[in-house]
Design a protein around this ligand. Structure first.
Ligand code: SAM
Ligand code: SF4
Length: 329
């Protein structure tokens, strides 16, 4: 799949549910209205859509949410999708998770051919973690991470940088990741969805964080291209990779290789634009693959050149009404 700007689309992120057992302050408000279950694609339909994308050239599939592991019977989707790994059509099947359920499923994920996962954990302080996630339990998350590591999964820890919240924890988190053998990625907050509070106060530019970290750590830039908004360095003191995802301070769109599918079958061609294509209707319209394949082609032909996020200091409201749990991180 080649878009109008010559970019090859080879990476699909799929949000399999908008629901979650946490309520992270930057992601959701405390009282969320979730999608009616009837609107959500069945696991069989999600498999059919993912498989259509694989047929069209997607090589990397990331399952996300909401929290993907709270969706009932989600392991059956991983198990079914693993056939594309076995056939060699898919190079990587992975997921992003808050780790609350990892303890129970880590070894099964390995059985499904998953090798690396992303885990979101923004603090190592149990009280702060509770405050950030509202409902999360740090002990359970750390147990989940340990279980995943023991099962043989490589883990990258995602940390959202929040001013006056966890900015003093970034250094300890880098050291902890070094000790535990995890890579880490720092993420700037993105203005997606009403969170029932002010975003401008949370926003912390990673350029500022990086400058401060470089007083303590030695970074070597890595020529590691993920096709996404992350820039990676190696931290000499820990020997691990550290990524910086800076959607607001850098333009990363020219190398964009990804599209995002929601649990209702809506395809977003850009995380930062509202234009989307409905794939549920064509999927349900016909058992034959041609209809949905044509709808995918038409959507890719509309992939925009780039996005234009702004967090205005005078206006902490969202730039897009959609929450991150809809399109996935
Ligand atoms: N529940 C899973 C988790 O937390 O890893 C997967 C979904 S979550 C939406 C994916 C990633 O998006 C997480 O790393 C989370 O920290 C990040 N995220 C959520 N809302 C965000 C926002 N407004 N700005 C930046 N990152 C955000
Ligand atoms: Fe749930 Fe992930 Fe959003 Fe936190 S960031 S509320 S864990 S979907």
């Amino acid at each position: 799949m080649i878009d109008p700007f010559g970019r090859e689309v080879s990476y699909l992120r799929v949000s399999v549910t908008d629901r979650c057992d946490f309520r992270c302050v930057y992601c959701m408000s405390e009282n969320m209205t979730f999608l009616p279950k009837a609107d959500v694609l069945s696991l069989e339909e999600l498999d059919r859509l993912c498989s259509a994308f694989v047929r069209k050239g997607v090589k990397k599939l990331r399952i996300t949410g909401g929290e993907p592991l709270v969706r009932r019977n989600i392991l059956s989707l991983f198990r079914n999708l693993s056939r594309h790994l076995i056939s060699g059509d898919l190079k990587e099947l992975t997921l992003t998770t808050n780790a609350s359920q990892l303890m129970k499923v880590a070894s099964e994920l390995v059985d499904c051919g998953i090798k690396r996962i992303n885990v979101s954990m923004d603090s190592l302080d149990a009280d702060k973690f509770r405050e950030l996630t509202r409902w999360g339990d740090l002990g359970q998350v750390r147990e989940g991470i340990r279980a995943a590591r023991d099962a043989g999964l490589a883990i990258k820890i995602n940390v959202v940088a929040l001013r006056n919240f966890n900015d003093d924890e970034i250094e300890p988190l880098i050291r902890w990741c070094g000790d535990e053998g995890h890579d880490m990625t720092l993420i700037e907050t993105m203005p997606l969805g009403d969170i029932g509070g002010d975003r401008a106060g949370q926003y912390l530019a990673l350029s500022e964080v990086r400058e401060r970290l470089e007083q303590t750590f030695t970074f070597t830039d890595l020529d590691y291209k993920s096709g996404g908004p992350a820039r990676y360095v190696e931290v000499k003191e820990t020997g691990r990779k550290l990524g910086f995802i800076t959607p607001l301070t850098h333009n990363f769109c020219e190398g964009c290789n990804r599209v995002r599918l929601t649990c209702t079958g809506t395809l977003y061609m850009c995380l930062g634009q509202d234009d989307a294509a409905d794939l549920r209707a064509p999927l349900r319209a016909s058992e034959a693959d041609e209809v949905v394949d044509a709808a995918i082609d038409a959507a890719i032909a509309r992939k925009p050149k780039g996005h234009d996020f702004v967090i205005d200091r005078d206006n902490g409201g969202p730039a897009l009404a959609r929450h991150m749990n809809v399109t996935g991180g």
